[in-house]
Write a protein that binds this ligand. Structure first.
Ligand SMILES: [Zn+2]
Length: 198
């Protein structure tokens, strides 16, 4: 269990660092600057309730997608990672004039998944299982966001432009997430091949 806590903390730091890096290298930020409201004002208005609901939805969808691994630990990690993707909102809440949501991009998914696989490699073997969990949680999170029609900067850090994928694209993300979670679960059955997460 301690290892899961370490994995979650590492993912938080990584997600924060990647979003910071994206903020600093986000192409033409002038195109998509969001003028932030101060954090207190945000919490006081209706949006304050919105963020709590969004976190809950991400936790539930992340856990549901992770459950296809048939592994409780993977479902828990998937849920935690799905929530933590929104750590990219932090700077916006703190009042920095940054383009929103760099963690909602394919670049983030690949960087985070590869980094986690490398950091938690086991006996110099890449942690493919953790790689799959990060991809599954990313797909779960994006399917929830796209379900209610969000437009996201999918190509960050190359472009900060928000993209609105076709209406039913959330189904594709959901299916990909479920597949990634299921594959992560299969890996766990092989057990001693260096892909254990704890
Ligand atoms: Zn989101």
């Amino acid at each position: 269990m301690l290892r899961i806590v370490v994995i979650v903390i590492t993912y938080s730091v990584l997600a924060g660092a990647i979003s910071l890096w994206c903020f600093l290298h986000s192409g033409t930020p002038g195109k998509d600057i969001t003028i932030p409201s101060p954090i207190l004002q945000y919490v006081e208005d209706a949006g304050g309730k919105g963020i709590v609901a969004e976190l809950l939805v991400n936790a539930v969808v992340g856990a549901a997608v992770g459950a296809f691994s048939l592994n409780v630990r993977i479902a828990l990690l998937c849920s935690a990672f799905a929530v933590l993707i929104d750590i990219d909102h932090t700077m916006w809440y703190l009042g920095f004039p940054v383009p929103g949501r760099p963690n909602h991009s394919f670049g983030f998914a690949v960087l985070a998944a590869v980094s986690m696989g490398l950091v938690f490699r086991n006996k110099s073997r890449f942690n493919a299982r953790l790689f799959g969990i990060v991809i599954a949680s990313f797909c779960a999170h994006l399917s929830a966001d796209l379900f209610h029609g969000a437009s996201l900067p999918l190509l960050m850090p190359f472009s900060a432009e928000r993209i609105s994928p076709p209406a039913l694209s959330y189904v594709g993300f959901l299916a990909t997430g479920i597949l990634a979670a299921a594959l992560s679960g299969i890996k766990s059955d092989r057990g001693k091949n260096g892909v254990e997460i704890d």
